[in-house]
Structure formats: C-alpha cells, structure tokens
Write a protein that binds this ligand. Structure first.
Ligand SMILES: *Cc1c(COP(=O)(O)O)cnc(C)c1O
Length: 866
C-alpha cells in the first residue's frame, strides 16, 4: 500500500456549475464522481456548487430593485420546493429555514435603498439553497457528506482603490490560510464536504460575493488554501478548445496547457473557465482540470505548471463589439505628457484600454466591451473630451481576432497564410502582447464572419498550430459531438510483403487492389434508386480495372477517342450501347467516329448542332447542361457555373431542343456533372430534381445522368461517404419522376482507394531546419498534390512498424518547386535511401495524369487480386 499523502495534499476540490446541479440525475453524477475521487489514494473531497441555473440572474434582478420582486421571490421559492420534491426530499424540512430567510430579505428595510450588504446577502441565497438541497440528497443516498457555510472559510480581502460596490459584490479572497484554518478545516468529520461557490465573509462579518465567474474562483481559492492535489471544474463542455466549437467544428480539445496559456485563452474568448480563477491555483501550484459532467470519459483540459511548453498557436478566438478609438495629432508623440493626457480622459470615463498602437501622429486604442461599459453616451462624452487635445475617430463595431500560444514571435514565419487571409480584410490594428503569448488583429466585425474556420485551417496547414502534438491537442469537436465514421483499415496494410516485392522490381510503380474496386462497385450496385451505372475511365483506365467493372455490369464513360479505343481494345466484345462518349471541346471528327462506333454521344453546346448539322442529323444524343454552379474538393475540379467550360446553360435548353428537332435529332438523355469530390450527399438529389424538371419540358428524355463526383476519405479527418443517405435522397427524387431511368458515372469513388503508389527514397536532406525525404517519383508520377493541393497519406512501408516520430517534407525529383507530396509529414527518423514509401489512395487520377516531364519515365502499373 502506498504511504498516505501528507494531510495538506489530500484534498481534491470539485466544482459544479448551475446546469450540473439543476437535475436529479446530475446530483447522482456528482455523488458518483465525489466518491470516486475520495477513493483516490486516501483523498478528501470538497464539492463547490453554484446556484440552480437561472437563479442568480433572478436574484440579481431583485437586488437591482425589479418592480415585480415579490412575484420573482415567490417563483424562486416555488422552484426550490419543486426541486426538493424531485429529489425525493421534504421541502419544509430541508429548506424551511432558508426559504424563510429569503422571504425576510424580500421585506428587509434595507431593500429600499438597495443597500450593498443586503444585496450580497440576497445574492448568496441561491448557492445556500442549492447546496442545502444537494447535501440532503447525497446524505439520503447514504454518502458521507458534510455541509459547510463557505462564509466561515473564505475571507474577502479589501483592496485599496476598490469601490464600495466592488468591496461587497466583486471581492477577492485571501489565499494564505490563517493559523489554525487548515487544522479546523481538516477536523470536519465527514469524508466529503459540500459548500457554496460565489460567496465569502466580509470583513464586517456579513456576506460578500465574488462577482462574475465566482464559483470557479471559489473553487480555486479553496484549492489554494488547502494546497489541494487538484481543482476540477466540472462543466457541460469537454474543456478548452483551439477555437469556439460552435464556429469551428474542427476545433481541437486542448488537453494540456500551462497556467499562462490557459489564462490567455480564458481571457480572450473561451467561456468555460473564468480567467480570474487561474491565478490562485497558479500561485499555489495547484493543478486544475476542466471536465465534462456528461462525458466524464473525455480527457478534458489539464492546466498545470509542468505542462511541456510546446511552442505554437494553441487557440484562436474572436471577440465582437470591440470599439477602436483613433486619435490624430501633429507631432504629438514628442509632446511631453501627451499620452498621460489621453489616458487621463479614458480614466475619467471609467474606461480601461485593452490594445494600444501608436505612430508618429496617431495613437489607436481598443476598448473591450467585457471590461467596459461602452455605450453611445459614454463614447460621445469621451470623444468630446478627447477632441480638446486631438482629432478623434471612433471605429465600431470591430472584432478582435486573437492567436494565443507560447513563443508567438518565433512563429511569425509560419503565419504567411494567416497574413494572406487578413490581407483581404481591412486590418485596423495588429497588437502583440509583451508576454509573447498573443497576437491580435482588429478588423471590422462584418469581415470576421466565417473567418475563423479558414484561419484555423490555415494555422494547421502552415504548421503554426502543431496539432500533431498529442500531448496538447486532443480530438476535434466534430468527433466528440457526432462521432466519426472511421475508415476501414486500408488494404495495403495486409499486403506489405507483396508490395515490397513489387517495389523491388522497380519504382515508381502503381499497385491496384482489385477486391477494393469490386467492393465499391457492388456497394453502388446495391442502391435500388440507380438504374444504370457507368465508370468514368479517365480516373484509371488500366485494362484489369475496365474488365472487372464491365463484369460487374458497369458501362464505361469515355471523354476522348483515345479512351474509346482503349475500351474496345481491352474488351472487343463490349456492346457499344454500354459506352458513353462525353467529350469537351472535341474536334468534329471525334463525334463522327463515336457515332460510327455506335456509342452514346453527349453534347454540351448548341454551336456544334448549328455548325455540324450532318453529324447529328437523325441521331440520338444526350445533352449535358450547366446548372449554373460547380462543386467539389478544389476550384480546379468544379465543372459548372459561368467560369467553367462545360455544359449548356439551362436558359438555352429550349433553343437547343428546337434546333435538334429541326435536324430530327432526339435528346434522349439529360446529363449534369458539376464537379469532383463533393462531400454533401444532397448535392446529387438536387441535381436529379433539377434535371427531372428540365426533362419534363423536353419530352423525349428517357434517362437522367447525375454525373460522378463521389468523394473518398483521403485524410484521417474525412468521413467515408454516406452512400445510404445518398441513395435515400435519390430514391425520393426518383419517386417524383418515375418516368426516367437514373444513371451515375463515378470515377474516383470506384478506384481511388484501390491504388497505392510505391516509390523509393533517394535522399534525406536537412536544410535550414527543414528535413526532406526525396523520392524517385514526384508530380510526374502523381500530380494531384501539386495541382490540387491534394492530401495523400504517406507511409514508410519498409519501416512501417517503427514509430513515425520524424517530421519531413516529402518531395519528388522534378525541377519544380511544387513537386511536393506533403509537408510536415510523420515518418520514422530512421527513413533512409532505398526505403520503400507508399502514397495511399492514388488509384484515381494517378497514372492517368502521369507525365514524362523532365524526361522521367512513366510509372509502372500492377494489379493485385485475391
Ligand atoms: C471526370 C468525370 C466524371 C467522374 O468524376 P469523379 O469525380 O471521378 O467521380 C464523371 N462524369 C464526367 C463527365 C467527368 O468528366
């Protein structure tokens, strides 16, 4: 058995807020958690609670002299009685005395003058009531809980310069225990104690309250006074995040911070922990934790002095309602005492300045609404005052975007994308804190909308926010809130030996796993809403893949004569009826040739009909339309809308059909393909719906082709495409247009995951602190990263079992700066010449886009089947 810790180190303080104490099952959780903590190496537990949710607001309204105070008091009494009943307690027995005290305060003669001591006493009732209920409930459940009045233990300390209001209603407390304090505390008989947050003893023996965030701060004071092992703040969120999860679903849980970073994050945005509560724990070296009452299994956020100082941006926040005051004056900077004059005027209006920027003839400061009472009256008075000494301009409303993290100065070179993002907005002011912990940009509030997700992603991409540091960055909010449908283990993990043997025969080399293609094909075939399936062979035209998909009853979609030739070379017996020809700006001869072969031709402009009537006269065709917008994983793969060269605008369909009729040409198919790698299943449902409407107007249409574009999960963050939701959406539309057959023509979805590109390491080089792994193929073998900034997972197949602890840029041999497969990728530090590296998910638009640039040979290709 481990020796019992010293008495002073036995306490664990748990704090529960309003929502955590307002429901019966939450009190069960409190009891369970307290007991579990008490079982930790002979600990004792102090539970600090808030008032029931909403109660402090009510009491504040009454303290402020609300006209209907009587009614509000009655409702408060009722609420607590009802909750006592919900807890299975006798309201009179548990709350009788307290409710009488509450009623007495309502008719107290001091109420009329809104006496400060009276206000404090009134405000304190919420916590006194909730803690009394909780203690009675936990005891009734058989737990060894004692109840304490926090006012016996927390002593408000009066600070010089404090207003009488602050000395009563926004107090700080002493954190050095007096003689005998600790001993007396320890002598409380119960193993676990319950007390109130927010309230303390005034010097005059009466009640004082701690003000906003008071319960967190109470817990921190108790933690410091007790030299506690830990202070745990239990809330209804999982902890602090790298951004507000409501605005940035990809925000990461911050699992470990030091006090200073946590303080900065709490101050600049995160509402989970009141910034005031950190200092007492920091001064007493008591670790803190923020934990989620509903999800206690999550790691939460730990805050302590020993947190490894990982440099980098930890969080980005946005505060709205910032007011900028810009002051112009000629040569004022040299003028002795100018700034003193300026700040004296701010002080006079009770305004505390947050950020300051200065130049030869201008000083600009910001006012934070959470620290100031800034309304138009105050600003007008301030402006009038300041205009005596300078020209004043007030700029509202502004937003402050703040990056928080240790070592901001050393990160500046990584922030170029962040600068670029701000470059498009008007930045009024940039300010860097002297403690090197934050960097703030002030911009117009309207410009800040939608900016945070972009900035958050840019910070991760640039390496400024080191999310790969798992000691600091936990799961994404999205993942916590909804769970992530995980990708299956990739096939190549089970084929390592065969792949290494293939690579030994020469790299670069593509390997295609046919069972994966087959599985994707069958998954699509299972959806009953789709009548006809085509495969867009430009994604991968390897003969084995074409044969396999034809066997699986897929037709083939070609975009050039070369692709048509490939198809009939590989499968001479293929019926031309199963082949689509959907070219873009093809020469006339290709259309003639295609009709000669007997395949189905798709046309997407009216000019061809007009100029080459003899090609189309008496023929059938499919019409490709542009629905006026594009979609997809990258600008370069969006194939709809004004900027795109594809498709006939819907407005011209009528003219097209009229012209076709003159030629005896029948429009029997209607087609749209708006882009590639589209993530929203509703996209196709919408297309189908629109095409159905157009088809109804044309009359001769038999089939609607809703294109390809289905995505695959390239990164660990991507979720697998929800085929079922997709199929269900299409089924709805099909029901609305039962007269048409529905066709699809995906490429990527069928083959991307089936392909892996095998490469060999040529060199490992360090330059200016960046380590690079060079490979024997680059953008010549796989152009997607260079062309689309595409992500592909990269692993060292030769050393797959070694921990990937090195950080490398992975580059190819092409003389071109964009020849980079990935930046800051993790591979084992042992990576060396001749190791085989695998680039995953390279089965689509890999080999088919490969080229001989720099006169490097094309990659080899090989298939694996079971
Ligand atoms: C490329 C292409 C496809 C296939 O796109 P994926 O994103 O690979 O599914 C389908 N139809 C047309 C017309 C195409 O050009």
């Amino acid at each position: 058995m481990p020796p019992a810790p010293p008495a002073s180190d036995r306490w664990i303080v748990l704090k529960f807020g309003g929502t955590s104490v307002s429901r019966r099952h939450r009190w069960d959780t409190i009891g369970r958690l307290a007991q579990r903590r008490a079982g930790e190496n002979d600990a004792r537990v102090l539970v600090v609670v808030s008032a029931l949710s909403g109660v402090t607001n009510e009491l504040t309204a009454i303290a402020d002299g609300a006209a209907d105070s009587d009614v509000r008091l009655l409702q408060l009494e009722q609420r607590h009685r009802e909750f006592a009943v919900e807890l299975g307690l006798d309201p009179e027995q548990v709350l009788g005395e307290r409710l009488a005290a509450l009623r007495a305060l309502g008719v107290d003669p001091r109420a009329g003058g809104r006496d400060l001591a009276w206000q404090a006493e009134l405000l304190a009732q919420g916590e006194l009531l909730s803690s009394s209920l909780g203690a009675a409930y936990l005891r009734a459940a058989g737990l060894d809980f004692g109840w304490m009045d926090a006012r016996q233990w927390l002593q408000a300390s009066l600070l010089p310069n404090q207003s009488p209001w602050a000395q009563r209603l926004s107090v700080s407390c002493s954190t050095s225990p007096s003689e005998g304090w600790s001993a007396a505390f320890r002598q409380q008989p119960a193993r676990m104690l319950l007390t109130q947050g927010f309230i303390a003893r005034h010097e005059d023996g009466g009640t004082a309250v701690l003000g906003r965030g008071g319960s967190d701060t109470s817990a921190a004071y108790f933690g410091a006074l007790l030299g506690a092992r830990r202070v745990e703040i239990w809330t209804d969120v999982p902890g602090m995040f790298s951004a507000n999860p409501r605005e940035v679903p990809d925000a990461r849980l911050l699992t470990r911070l030091d006090y200073y970073e946590a303080q900065e994050i709490a101050t600049t945005g995160a509402k989970v922990l009141h910034p005031r509560s950190i200092k007492p724990c920091r001064d007493a070296s008591v670790p803190m934790a923020i934990l989620d009452t509903e999800r206690p299994e999550l790691p939460g956020t730990s805050i302590d002095g020993g947190a490894a100082t990982v440099p980098g941006v930890k969080a980005i926040s946005r505060r709205n309602g910032i007011v900028l005051v810009s002051m112009e004056g000629i040569g004022m900077w040299q003028q002795v005492g100018f700034l003193a004059d300026v700040f004296a005027r701010f002080k006079k209006h009770g305004l505390s300045v947050d950020l300051i920027g200065s130049a030869e003839t201008n000083v600009t400061v910001s006012l934070d609404p959470s620290e100031n009472l800034v309304n138009t009256d105050v600003l007008a008075a301030l402006s009038a005052d300041l205009s005596e000494i300078c020209r004043v301009k007030v700029i509202v409303p502004c937003a402050a975007i703040t990056l928080v993290g240790r070592g901001m100065r050393s990160l500046l070179h990584k922030l170029s994308d962040v600068w670029a993002t701000f470059g498009r907005e008007r930045v009024h002011m940039i300010s860097q804190s002297s403690n090197d912990l934050n960097l703030t940009f002030v911009i117009d509030e309207a410009d800040a909308d939608g900016l945070l997700p972009v900035l958050h992603a840019a910070l991760i991409d640039s390496g400024a926010m080191p999310v790969e540091e798992t000691s600091v960055f936990g799961p994404r909010w999205r993942e916590i809130a909804h769970g992530i449908r995980k990708r299956d283990t990739p096939w190549w993990q089970g084929e390592r030996q065969r792949l290494l043997a293939m690579a030994a025969a020469g790299t670069p080399r593509y390997a295609y796993h046919l069972p994966t293609v087959r599985a994707r094909a069958r998954a699509l075939k299972q959806l009953s809403s789709i009548d006809q399936h085509y495969y867009a062979i430009k994604a991968n035209s390897h003969p084995a893949i074409l044969k396999l998909l034809v066997q699986e009853d897929f037709g083939l979609e070609c975009v050039s004569l070369g692709e048509l030739q490939r198809v009939f070379e590989v499968i001479p017996e293929l019926s031309p009826r199963r082949v689509l020809f959907t070219p873009s700006f093809a020469p006339r001869a290709e259309y003639e040739h295609a009709y000669g072969l007997g395949v189905t031709v798709t046309l997407d402009n009216i000019e061809s009909l007009q100029r080459w009537p003899e090609v189309f006269r008496g023929r059938d065709l499919w019409l490709r339309v542009d629905l006026g917008r594009g979609d997809g994983h990258h600008e370069k793969v969006r194939t709809g809308g004004k900027e795109s060269k594809f498709g006939l605008p819907v407005a011209r369909v009528e003219a097209f059909v009229a012209r076709a009729r003159q030629l005896g040409t029948r429009v029997i198919g209607l087609h749209a393909h708006l882009g590639s790698g589209v993530e929203t299943p509703q996209h196709w449902k919408q297309i189908c719906d629109e095409l159905g409407g157009i088809a109804n107007r044309i009359g001769s249409v038999e089939i609607i082709d809703i294109g390809g574009g289905l995505p695959i999960p390239y990164t660990a963050d991507d979720e697998p495409f929800d085929l079922d939701a997709w199929g269900a959406g299409l089924a709805e539309i099909k029901a609305a247009y039962p007269g048409y057959r529905i066709a699809i023509e995906p490429g990527r979805y069928l083959v991307a995951e089936a392909g892996a590109l095998l490469l060999s390491v040529t060199q490992v080089v360090e330059k200016d602190g960046v380590h690079r792994v060079g490979l024997d193929g680059g953008m010549n073998a796989l152009i997607r990263p260079a062309l689309y900034d595409a992500w592909h997972d990269i692993v060292n197949l030769s050393r797959i079992d070694e921990a990937a602890e090195g950080v490398f840029d992975i580059v190819g041999p092409i003389c071109e700066s964009s020849d980079v497969f990935g930046k800051r990728r993790r591979l084992t530090v042992a990576t060396t010449e001749a190791d085989v590296v695998l680039v995953a998910d390279a089965g689509a638009y890999g080999f088919t886009m490969a080229n001989a640039y720099n006169l490097r040979a094309l990659p080899k290709e090989e298939v694996l089947d079971v």
